[in-house]
Design a protein around this ligand. Structure first.
Ligand SMILES: [Zn+2]
Length: 282
């Protein structure tokens, strides 16, 4: 699963290419939206919400009006009528930006969405989800999310209250639940557990000073949001970027004990891999 910092970076890239630009061609390669054509619409904003990417479009801008045939002016902008292109990167998804005529770096059959302006083309490859909904109903997609670690609505005390609402929940699963706080994936859930010295399985209600856990989550994702490569250890290139994530059997960077790993959660879709140092994490 992507982490919120990846989605934040993807949104920044899409914003630089598309924001306030008129779409000259759109191609949605998902059955439900295969015939939808948003050309002529203007991108009004690109917003990351947790792990969701929202590209909002609307008709009737100054640019569109200038291009419209003389007798029929473009319809006036109506904030209630806009659409939102909603995507979720899931496992392998990525948006890439190309200049006019530039060759795609991934095979065309992996493309799920293509959004072109006069000068740029954004291609969403292997998106876990791509749909177009009225902007007015965005809440049906992202309304369930807890406070967004990288959003303007970040609220640490609400996140803490949400996390502690189910005190028996393993800390890693509580951190992963986007209804508690939005933006953390498995890397952060494992690394934050290490950094607070608790095993991922520990019930969140039993950890000392959960407020510090929330503060650390905010700090860790914030410092990584503008880094090209995520790094939780602060070690230089070539050294491990993570304390425990993906390091089963390797030596703990702090104490040398072998990192352990197992699965946590219930059901095939809800099971997560967990890693921890048996000495550093109690
Ligand atoms: Zn250790």
């Amino acid at each position: 699963m992507p982490e919120g910092d990846s989605v934040y970076k993807a949104a920044a890239k899409l914003r630089a290419a598309l924001d306030q630009q008129v779409l000259t061609r759109t191609d949605f390669r998902v059955p439900a939206f295969a015939t939808l054509d948003l050309s002529g619409q203007t991108v009004t904003s690109v917003v990351p919400r947790g792990k969701h990417l929202l590209i909002r479009v609307a008709e009737g801008t100054d640019i569109a009006a200038a291009d419209a045939p003389a007798p029929t002016p473009a319809p006036a902008s109506d904030p209630g009528s806009g659409l939102t292109i909603h995507s979720h990167l899931k496992m392998e998804g990525v948006w890439q930006i190309y200049g006019a005529g530039e060759r795609w770096r991934k095979p065309s059959y992996l493309a799920r969405g293509v959004l072109s302006t006069a000068t740029k083309t954004a291609v969403g490859f292997e998106l876990g989800l791509l749909e177009v909904v009225p902007t007015a109903s965005e809440d049906s997609i992202v309304g369930h999310l807890g406070p967004d670690l990288l959003g303007p609505d970040w609220d640490a005390s609400l996140a803490l209250t949400n996390l502690l609402s189910d005190p028996a929940r393993p800390v890693a699963l509580a951190l992963l639940d986007q209804r508690n706080l939005a933006g953390l994936g498995n890397v952060f859930a494992n690394e934050l557990s290490f950094l607070r010295g608790v095993r991922p399985h520990t019930p969140i209600g039993e950890i000392a000073d959960p407020k510090r856990l929330v503060a650390l989550a905010f700090k860790a994702i914030t410092v990584n949001k503008d880094r090209p490569i995520r790094n939780l250890t602060g070690l230089p290139r070539g050294k491990p970027r993570y304390w425990v994530h993906g390091r089963r059997g390797e030596a703990c960077l702090r104490c040398g004990t072998r990192i352990e790993s197992d699965q946590l959660g219930t059901g095939p879709t809800d099971t997560r891999s967990m890693w921890w140092c048996p000495s550093c994490q109690k």
